[in-house]
Ligand binder design. Structure first.
Ligand SMILES: [Zn+2]
Length: 346
């Protein structure tokens, strides 16, 4: 189910399974965290420009404008670069709390000819509605099902996957509520679920327990941001549970100085993928860039939606990843995950 309606799964082509095209959080971007030190206070509200790009590699959250992708940004041009590298489909997982713009996303798909599949459901705790726990899980599930069968947030743009569903380093009560609603909607519709995992912690395990308690099959669950953990053994253990794992932050190599954290390098990501492909797991790995900040766009000095095809594929081939492995990760696994049962599920 794309933003322009249903298509045959064989037409998806190469798929980026986890991106954002538009998330216009006008006043209060979800991840905006201004630096408290006075000497850099002006950076927080500065427009994107060359003289703050270096700062943003150390603190992506430190600038309000960087934390938004809006209709004023040249997203069409950026998506066309992916298409020109042979790309077919982008999965746009801007869930509630990140201000999805379904009609804007549909216009981008129309302008580029790139298929876009949109997500639905709720993001991480700190952007969830205060009254979420007061609402029955089945009511929330009904809203997700309506996003898939009628249209997202009252539009006529239908979602084709559930997610990204937010979890934090410790799953909060509101997040568990949202996870159970997503799970029930997945059972109802047959859709797959994308799970946003926090940067730290090993929350794939408790998350999967919640989802399977609600009847979700592990092979319909994609554990996102597994590359950020930079832990090959963790990847293997999650694969052992039957889930799909996602390496979806290619090109993100920045630091989070205020937290004392940094992203892995692409060299770390490709080495782990090569090892997992050699162990026969290629058909349960999906790939993306999770483009979210303006600094990731080519227009602002970033690597863009074409980075995987342009730069990472040659790195993978050099490490012995085969063309068949690439097809498994870019085409076969996404096609399986995005195929919905005829008749729309149960
Ligand atoms: Zn995420």
């Amino acid at each position: 189910m794309t933003v322009l309606g249903p298509i045959e799964p064989d037409r998806l082509g190469d798929v980026l399974m986890h991106e954002h095209l538009l998330h216009d959080q006008v006043d209060d971007p979800c991840w905006f965290r201004p630096d408290p030190s006075p000497e850099v206070a002006a950076i927080a509200e500065a427009p994107m420009a060359m003289d703050i790009l270096g700062y943003l590699t150390r603190s992506p959250f430190g600038n309000r404008d960087n934390c938004r992708l809006t209709r004023d940004d040249p997203i069409v041009d950026e998506v066309l670069r992916f298409k020109h590298q042979g790309g077919g489909t982008i999965v746009e997982v801007t869930s509630r709390g990140l201000m999805p713009d379904p009609e804007g996303v549909r216009a981008i798909s129309e302008a580029t000819g790139v298929h876009v599949v949109m997500g639905c459901g709720w993001y991480v705790d700190h952007v969830l509605p205060d009254d979420l726990l007061d609402r029955p899980i089945d009511d929330l599930a009904t809203e997700i099902v309506a996003d898939m069968r009628e249209g997202i947030l009252g539009t006529d743009v239908r979602a084709g996957i559930i997610g990204e569903i937010g979890t934090s380093a410790e799953i909060t009560p509101r997040e568990e509520h949202s996870l159970r609603a997503a799970a029930r909607a997945a059972v109802e519709t047959g859709a797959s679920i994308m799970i946003h995992l926090a940067y730290i912690g090993h929350q794939a395990f408790p998350t999967l327990r919640i989802l399977t308690e609600e009847g979700v099959a592990p092979d319909r669950v994609v554990m996102n941001h597994m590359d950020e953990a930079n832990d090959l053994d963790y990847c293997r253990r999650v694969l052992d549970l039957g889930c799909v794992i996602e390496f979806d932050t290619f090109g993100c190599e920045w630091y989070y100085d205020t937290w004392g954290l940094w992203e892995p390098r692409d060299t770390d990501r490709v080495a782990q993928i090569a090892a997992l492909c050699a162990e026969g797991h290629a058909d349960r790995i999906t790939l993306a860039h999770d483009i979210f900040y303006k600094q990731s766009l080519r227009a602002y000095g970033g690597l863009g939606y074409d980075h995987l095809h342009r730069s990472v594929v040659p790195m993978l081939l050099n490490l012995g990843v085969s063309e068949a492995n690439l097809t498994a990760m870019f085409v076969d696994a996404p096609r399986r995950l995005l195929t919905l049962p005829t008749g729309g599920g149960r």
